[in-house]
Write a protein that binds this ligand. Structure first.
Ligand SMILES: Cc1ncc(COP(=O)(O)O)c(C=O)c1O
Length: 384
């Protein structure tokens, strides 16, 4: 039976196939260390598992849940946005809890895009924007992000291109994979650009609490809700990637359209998970301080790893990764394969994130200091 045409354009996710190879190498007895992926290894706040345990003791919790999530969860999200981003959202109708922000990329695309509509995507950027765009038979149009421009889009030159078919633009700041932090001016310019060109703007914002003193939401910009939505997630902020809790925020009209899709695709989030999510969102700000202390210590070793590979990096970046620039002429995938086959270290080549990722590698901070130190030792030995 032939598979659907839409699948012909979408390859298996790089990590899905590469990690199969990594598992195979491990099975062969190779001492592989994986510093490729961004799944936090640390535990969520203690209150999260307590809330889940308490929930499990209750009766009548095993049924379908509301499509919009518990009112209490939406209120917790609204309070979190108010407290940490100084953004007011109406918990009644401007928030929709999601099973991770990744599913939000699909739901938003299904809610707003028709076949053939164009979508502006960052290069480099999170590969899911591309695959989802292709899956729903819309057309990816990449905009360049360059180091010399702090990995910000050049909106002036973008405005000179034909944007008449563009319906949606994805941005993600703090940016993955580069760690570039947003400024208020950038968000203002993006909102103005979206308004002028009648484009729906979505900021995918899962990293704003990781190694970042100044969490910013695009919804903080005056009038942003008219054109912008924001995706957020508990995956990185509270080490809950496997719990699958995210959210989308925006105008009640836009949220209603997303709900129209989502309510036809799943039947609510398990009660206990929602209770755990509420506990996480209510964490004391000290949580972020302690978490970031750990990532800071890890990052110092990750920087040393980058230096050992003769790479440059920006020490003022946010998020779970060190984005390291290889010496001139060294290709990302060749370097990544070489480190995998000679040093048994798996890290992400920059090209996974688009052609502008050529010449870069990405080192994850989701492993312990000891493991990063072991990687460093392996590379130091390699040098002598
Ligand atoms: C930029 C970006 N957006 C979204 C996601 C997905 O996060 P979630 O676990 O909330 O689905 C990731 C995960 O790596 C990411 O890097």
């Amino acid at each position: 039976m032939a598979k659907a045409n839409r699948l012909l354009q979408v390859q298996e996710y790089y990590f899905s196939s590469k990690l199969r190879e990594v598992r195979q190498l491990k099975a062969e007895g190779k001492p592989i260390i994986n510093i490729g992926i961004g799944s936090p290894d640390l535990d969520p706040p203690l209150a999260v598992s307590r809330a889940m345990q308490n929930a499990l003791e209750q009766n009548d919790i095993h049924g379908y849940q509301s499509y919009q999530g518990l009112p209490e969860l939406r209120s917790a999200i609204a309070s979190f946005y108010d407290k940490h981003y100084k953004v007011k959202v109406n918990p009644e109708n401007e928030i929709l809890p999601l099973m991770g922000s990744k599913e939000g990329i699909m739901h938003i695309s299904l809610a707003f895009l028709n076949t053939g509509d164009e979508v502006l995507l960052p290069n480099p950027g999170y590969p899911t924007y591309t695959s989802v765009t292709k899956l729903i038979e819309a057309v990816p149009v990449y905009y360049d992000l360059k180091e010399e421009n702090d990995w910000f889009p050049d909106l002036e030159s973008l405005a000179k291109t034909d944007l008449s078919k563009v319906k949606l633009m994805w941005v993600s700041y703090p940016h993955m994979p580069t760690g570039s932090k947003p400024t208020k001016e950038l968000f203002e310019q993006l909102v103005a650009f979206a308004k002028l060109h009648k484009i729906i703007l979505v900021n995918d914002n899962p990293y704003s609490f990781i190694l970042n003193e100044n969490p910013l939401s695009i919804l903080k910009i005056k009038g942003a809700k008219e054109v912008a939505m924001e995706l957020n997630s508990l995956s990185k902020t509270f080490n809950m990637a496997g719990w699958r809790v995210g959210m989308v925020l925006g105008s009640s009209k836009n949220i209603k359209s997303v709900l129209q899709v989502k309510s036809n695709m799943d039947s609510g989030m398990f009660y206990g998970i929602q209770k755990g999510a509420i506990a996480a969102l209510q964490s004391n700000p000290i949580w972020f301080k302690n978490l970031n202390k750990i990532y800071e210590r890890r990052r110092v070793i990750a920087w040393k790893i980058a230096e050992t590979l003769n790479c440059n990096y920006d020490s003022d970046s946010a998020g779970l990764f060190v984005w390291a620039k290889l010496p001139k002429g060294v290709e990302s995938e060749k370097m990544a394969d070489m480190l995998l086959y000679t040093n048994n270290v798996f890290l992400a080549p920059g090209t996974i994130f688009g052609s502008n990722g050529e010449g870069y590698i990405r080192i994850s901070l989701c492993v312990s200091e000891e493991v990063l130190q072991e990687v460093l030792d392996r590379f130091l030995i390699r040098d002598h």
